[in-house]
Structures are given as C-alpha cells and as structure tokens.
Design a protein around this ligand. Structure first.
Ligand code: GDG
Length: 500
C-alpha cells in the first residue's frame, strides 16, 4: 500500500458546500496582522475545485497566529486564471495578487529564480542579469506593496516573506509609515563579494531597510547584510542595528524550524510504521537504506551525492546486495533552463549507476520524481538508515530536521552538508563538504558502520535541540522582534505611528 495523493481529498471535498465566502474584514482592510508572500497558503487544481491549505511548516506556523489576530495573507494564487477577489478559507482571509504570464516569465522565473536564487546560493550556477527582468520585479513588488497598503489595519504588523519581495518593505513604508514591518529571508544572504555583482544591489538593500526587522536564517547572513549596507548605502550598521534616518532597523538571525510534534505524531502512526516496514521489505531487509529528499534543484547537490554513492559501489567494500539509495526528487521550476539541465544530469547518472551496478530485480538507486503525500514521506524517513542532505548551499534545510524528529528510537544517521543553515544546530550530524565526492563517500561509509550507541548519542542530542525550538518559537520570536524593534524606533524619535 502507498499513501494517496492530495487530489483524492480534493475530489471528496468537491461534494461539500464551499467554505469560500467573501469576507468584509479582508476587503475593507481590517487586517491587524498581514503576511505577504509570493504564494498564498492555499492551492486548487483547477478553478472549479475547492481551495486546499498547502502543506508546510511556514503555513502551519503562521496560520494559528493569523487566525487569532484576524489576519490576512496576501499572495499570488499560483495560476494564471486563479482568483482575484479576496476570499476566506478555514478562518484565514486570502487576498490574491494577480501576476500576468509575462510577469511570471520575467519577475518569477527571470529575476527571482535566475538572478537572485543562484546568486544567493553562492552562485553555484552562474546568475543571469537582465534589465528586462528587473523592471517587472519592481512592478510586481509595487503591486504587492499597494495591495498590502490597502488591506492592513492602522499600525498593523506586516510580515514579508522571502527573496521575491525584497522591495516591498521600502515601498510599503512610503505608502504606510504607520505599519510595523518584518522581512524574513528563507534562503542564504550572500557575502559582499558575490552580492556586489548585482546591478541593482543598492535598490535591494534600500528595499529591505524599509523593514523594522530584517530576519535571516543564520548570523552569517545578517552579518553579510550589515556589511553590505555599510559598503553600498549611506546608512550605518553597528552590531545588529542599522540607523535609517530616525529609525532603528534590526538585522539578525531567526533560524526556522519544523512542527516537531506533528512529525513525532506521524512517526507513531501505526499505518505509517507498517508502510515503513513494507518499504524496508521491498528494498531488501539486509540492505542499508540511504535516503535523499529534495526539490529537484541544482543547489541541493543531488548529482554529486549520486557520484559519492557510485564511488562506494565501485569500492570492494559495497555491492548492490548491501546498499540502496532511495532518492525522492520533487519537480520544481521546470520552465527554468538550469532546472531542465540538472534533471537530465541526475537522471543520466541514475541510469549509469543502475546500469553499472544493478542486477535484475535489484537496483542500487530507487529514483522517485514526484511529490509524495506526507505519510509516505514520513514512512521513508522511518525506513532509512542514513539520511543524505548534501546541498551546495541551503538557507536552513527542513528535511534534515524532519528526519531527526521522526527517529523516535534514536537510531539512524544524518549526513549533512556543512553549507546548510541546519548544520549550525545539527552539529552532531556527520558533516560533509558536498563538493568533495571522496569525502562524502567516506562520510557515508562512516554512517553505515556507526555503532548503535554512537547513533543514539547523536540523534538524542539533535532531537532535543529541535524539540526545544520549533517553527512556533520561530514565528513568536520574529513577531516579538517586530513589536520590540518598532516601539524602540518610536521611543528613539522616529515614530510616525498613531499609537492611540
Ligand atoms: C526553502 C529554503 C529553508 C519535500 N519533498 C516532499 C515534501 N517535502 C517538503 C519537506 C520540507 C520541504 O518540502 C522542503 O524544505 P527545505 O527546507 O528542505 O527546502 P526548500 O524547499 O528549498 O525551502 C530552505 C526553507 O525554505 C524554509 O525556510 O529551510 O533552506 O531553500 O518540509 O518535508 N513534502 C511532501 N512530499 C514530498 O515528496 N509532502
């Protein structure tokens, strides 16, 4: 048995009366707390289908807070013919921002995903810069800012998410100086030498400085930002604070995490435990199962990970009889050229490795290019002896944390790239340089041969850390910092807000 996909539940809920109703609060801008993100937290397969809440830690962390504060989520509905009127779904007001096909090509695929994404990930693919991408980026950011300015209540708190919307804080502050604005970057913020390449570096920095708090996954990201502000703007940053006119902007790290309890509960679900046993039996009880789970993205290092496994199979220590890699690759950004290329590179490698080392009925690499239902994903986490998380660069990496949260019996080993944000917290993982194929092969070997006592010591320590700081703590810390920073600015004389 495998777990069913989300479309099954969409079919079932089509029979129910629609929950989507126009809501006056969202239309008249009574939002006391507003989240602004490229995507809304809901999706539907076609305009006739009902909306469904999208899975993911960010959505589940922000939803309860948004509901409590009668909040509003502003974002793109994700398809060209999608809704444009505000609607309510499961107690949350959604305000769609329309994006045209040309803008999807230039703002989203172009500037966001072919300039910023590779540049911010250490330029592990050469970033492309085009003026005809920049103008749509400005235009779409302005549309998000204007929509937010219309919807936000007086003195509301606005949380802007990620690299697609870095100009929104600055634009929004001009439109609505009363707002308290936080910006959080989910991906790394690059060092000075790399960011300096960007022809629009100053505009991006000024855009971010419109926020009261600029949040990063790591301290290094925040430090890079402050160095860049000092180098390329007239503002001065000391420690975590930057003076922008009369305002104090705080730039610091807020490492994101997961809904620990949810993964712990899923890992205790008898149906999921049965499925994990089934996976183990299908792969072969006597074989060590290595697991990779990533969006199919060139930053995730899937190709060199495969080559490291190939090296192990070429050695006289391992054969297809004792080792298997399950690689789950979730399709992503398939209209961007570099993503098409990395997919063919990976699929060619899978073919080569299976061709060279496989036997009839027994393949070393089990390659699944699809999005698994969460239950199936967790069953894979439970079945895997060794989790391979080897990105060239990653803001945090939630897969690493989810694997650890699911290992209730303190068994298993995490092999983790030192270039992930997660490596700061998960320092008891076997840390690797993802560019070093031999080093990765040795690390996997070390993971395979690690004693149960050593595994337990490491997993226990990492589970404790993740349990202590979940995604709910992240959301509270970030919101708390926005409140604190904005009141600090007001007492310092920069207040333009109506505090009555
Ligand atoms: C960005 C940053 C940062 C994956 N496969 C399936 C599936 N997933 C879920 C995982 C996890 C999420 O997708 C992936 O999150 P990551 O953090 O690993 O990576 P990105 O997508 O690149 O996320 C990253 C993150 O934002 C948060 O700030 O950590 O650095 O790049 O939650 O579970 N979920 C299901 N089926 C799959 O097949 N259901």
């Amino acid at each position: 048995m495998t777990f069913k996909t989300n479309s099954d539940s969409a079919d079932r809920s089509r029979d129910k009366p629609s929950e989507d109703v126009q809501n006056d609060d969202s239309q008249h801008g009574n939002g006391d707390l507003v989240v602004v993100a490229n995507r809304l937290p809901v999706h539907r397969s076609c305009p006739e289908s009902p909306w469904e809440t999208s899975p993911g830690g960010l959505v589940s962390a922000l939803m309860p807070i948004l509901r409590e504060h009668h909040g509003v989520w502003i974002g793109w509905a994700g398809s060209l013919e999608a809704a444009s009127d505000p609607f309510s779904h499961e107690g949350l007001f959604n305000v769609p921002v329309p994006i045209s096909p040309d803008e999807v090509e230039n703002y989203y695929e172009g500037f966001s995903n072919s300039s910023l994404w590779p540049l911010y990930h250490d330029a592990c693919q050469p970033p492309h810069y085009h003026r005809h991408w920049w103008n749509p980026y400005v235009k779409v950011n302005r549309r998000f800012a204007e929509r937010t300015a219309e919807c936000a209540a007086p003195n509301a708190r606005v949380l802007v998410q990620d690299y697609h919307l870095q100009l929104v804080p600055g634009m929004l502050r001009e439109l609505r100086p009363d707002l308290r604005i936080g910006f959080f970057l989910h991906i790394p913020f690059p060092p000075v030498e790399l960011f300096a390449q960007l022809p629009w570096r100053q505009q991006i920095l000024e855009g971010l400085l419109g926020a009261d708090v600029v949040g990063f996954q790591t301290r290094a990201g925040a430090q890079n930002f402050i160095r860049l502000v000092n180098r390329y703007t007239s503002h001065r940053g000391v420690g975590q604070a930057i003076m922008v006119g009369q305002r104090h902007v705080q730039a610091r790290e807020f490492p994101i995490s997961i809904d620990f309890d949810r993964f712990e509960q899923l890992a205790q679900d008898p149906a999921i435990i049965d499925r994990a046993e089934e996976i183990r039996a299908e792969v072969g009880e006597h074989r060590t199962i290595l697991l990779g789970v990533d969006r199919l993205d060139y930053t995730k290092g899937i190709d060199l990970r495969l080559r490291a496994v190939d090296e192990l199979l070429k050695s006289d220590r391992h054969t297809v009889n004792d080792l298997a890699l399950v690689q789950v690759s979730v399709p992503s950004r398939e209209s961007v050229d570099e993503y098409v290329e990395v997919r063919s590179r990976i699929e060619e490698l899978v073919g080569q490795i299976n061709g060279a080392h496989g036997e009839v009925g027994q393949m070393p690499v089990h390659y699944l290019r699809r999005n698994l239902p969460i239950e199936e994903l967790v069953a894979n986490y439970l079945a895997a002896d060794v989790m391979l998380v080897t990105p060239f660069r990653d803001g945090m990496n939630l897969v690493a944390k989810e694997y650890i949260a699911c290992r209730l019996h303190d068994t298993g080993v995490l092999v983790l790239s030192e270039f992930t944000g997660a490596a700061r917290e998960l320092d008891r993982a076997v840390l690797v340089n993802p560019h070093d194929i031999d080093g990765m092969a040795s690390a996997i070997e070390r993971a395979i041969t690690m004693t149960k006592t050593e595994q337990a010591r490491r997993i226990r320590s990492m589970r404790q850390k993740i349990r202590r700081r979940t995604v709910f703590d992240w959301a509270n810390d970030f919101l708390g910092a926005v409140d604190a920073a904005s009141s600090f600015s007001m007492t310092a004389g920069g207040g333009t807000r109506d505090t009555s």
